[in-house]
Design a protein around this ligand. Structure first.
Ligand code: SF4
Length: 104
């Protein structure tokens, strides 16, 4: 299931991680929530493919280790979400549709 584009209206901000907000239920290692707001990655949808890390022209993402998560043991984390230039490459190319870009 892809990221819910309405996540920020439906979910609560429950945590902070690497400088960004985390939305929804957080219960590691199985439930990790949506990381980031303008650059949002649903860590429960991300399969650790890494396409976003490869295509981002401004290096917004970094790997984070998530051992024990059912979908993958590493995730792409939007650690520099304020650097995003809204090119949409990551959202378009993500194979599991885990990313939602909301231009500021
Ligand atoms: S929209 Fe473009 S600049 Fe922003 S995080 Fe995705 S790939 Fe990087």
């Amino acid at each position: 299931m892809p990221i819910d584009p309405e996540f920020s209206k439906k979910l609560d901000k429950n945590d902070q991680h690497n400088g960004h907000d985390v939305w929804g239920e957080v219960k590691p290692p199985e439930k990790l929530g949506v990381h980031g707001t303008n650059v949002a990655v649903d860590h429960d949808v991300c399969n650790g493919d890494g396409t976003c890390i490869s295509v981002c022209p401004v290096n917004v993402y970094e790997w984070v280790e998530t051992p024990g998560h059912p979908a993958s043991n590493k995730k792409s984390d939007p650690v520099r979400e304020s650097d995003c230039i809204n090119c949409m490459a990551c959202e378009i190319q993500c194979p599991t549709q885990a990313i939602k870009i909301t231009p500021k």
